[in-house]
Design a protein around this ligand. Sequence first.
Ligand SMILES: *[C@@H]1O[C@H](CO)[C@@H](O)[C@H](O)[C@H]1NC(C)=O
Ligand SMILES: *[C@@H]1O[C@H](CO)[C@@H](O)[C@H](O)[C@H]1NC(C)=O
Ligand SMILES: *[C@@H]1O[C@H](CO)[C@@H](O)[C@H](O)[C@H]1NC(C)=O
Length: 410
Amino acid sequence: MSLNNDRSYKMKLRDVENAFKYRRIPYPKRSVELIALLAISCTFFLFMHTNKLNSRLKEMEVKLQPSEFSALGLTGGNNHISGHDAGKHDDINTLHGTYQYLKSTGQLQHLTSSQLNNTPRAQLETIFFNRVTKTGSEKMMELLKILAKRNDFVARRDAEALYEVVIMDPVYAKNFLYTDVLNSSRPNSYTKHVAFLDFDALDEPWPIYINLVRDPIERLVSWFYYARAAWYIADRYQTFGAAYQMPDIHWVRKDFNRCINEHDPECIYEQMEMGNLGDHRRQSLYFCGQENKVCMPFNSHEAMQRAKQNVEERYAVVGTWEDTNVTLTVLEGYVPRFFKGAFDEYYAMRRKLGNFNRNAFRPTLNDKTRAILSQNLTREIEFYQFCRHRLYKQYIALKMDRDPALREFN
Ligand SMILES: *[C@@H]1O[C@H](CO)[C@@H](O)[C@H](O)[C@H]1NC(C)=O
Ligand SMILES: *[C@@H]1O[C@H](CO)[C@@H](O)[C@H](O)[C@H]1NC(C)=O
Ligand SMILES: *[C@@H]1O[C@H](CO)[C@@H](O)[C@H](O)[C@H]1NC(C)=O
């Protein structure tokens, strides 16, 4: 039995709802965690093989939507920009729409990638990937492992633990940085589910922040069915033993559309509420930061603004698998030291692992449900669109830098 196999299984275990600590953990708690971990790690070991396929499937879960990579006509050798679809995609949430927007506001001519490049602001040769739940981060972790060999760095992740500490007090955070993040003498990447840490406030040098986002409504649906999957329930039973109450069959068979329409308490997304942390409804929390008062109220304007500001000032790249090619190109372009070759390595990895359709069992969301949810997730959606818009801008700037002739098409 190899430790590597064990790792991907444990990774999954830690996605367990109850295993997330969104409340501040007073220091010191680590020793307790470690003892608990040691005590049960042997059990995990035996269970892992039957779960290998499932965990692989999970890696591929994120739905790959048709990307608009080629909408600009900028792909491959074809540098022709067609004016025909101007106005057709004038939504700034598409690559093409972003291009049109930049053009119509006169920003295109002056756009350069250096304006959008936070990498030079970093003070450490460390990629800090504070991965958001349910965005396909495991796939990125696999890619980082492959790139580490190719680009000569060390791909690291958080130590195994029974739960995830997403919110930390400053003393805990400082200790975490010393023992886990800042202790590598070589260029490296470090991955963990943790809300944005302000390295200035902690009086430590800035790493190169990266992250992934996903459509907020898709994330909710994904979690809803993930928590109901038979193998997931079996995992929880295995992890928590007798302390775990098996869910009843009506709960397991619940349909998300009905859950919303029938005002099931599980599917209410109250504005500004501080609770309901288990379903990971707050994507913006990972970018807003550690301040509960600002970052916890659900769908709050202030949390969204803080999250946007951190992305703009501190993140090298916030990508999405919904735009795989754009994300990979932007990572390569803005963080070449670590992501050179990412595009090719990603597709080589895909060929090796296969392209599972993981959503086969997932019922679709109807339009009415989507509309109801959109009303209560306005800021989450706005934040997500902000990230995509910035990603497209970074991508377009790269293309403009590399081929100045493209500006002539204005
Ligand atoms: C992304 O790149 C791959 C590999 O070059 C290509 O096969 C695929 O068609 C591209 N996808 C989109 C949506 O452009
Ligand atoms: C840094 O910390 C991690 C996590 O505690 C540990 O696994 C690793 O061995 C440490 N590395 C060094 C170079 O001390
Ligand atoms: C939407 O938010 C309002 C205000 O907090 C709340 O009353 C309502 O139940 C929420 N609806 C859903 C479907 O979450």
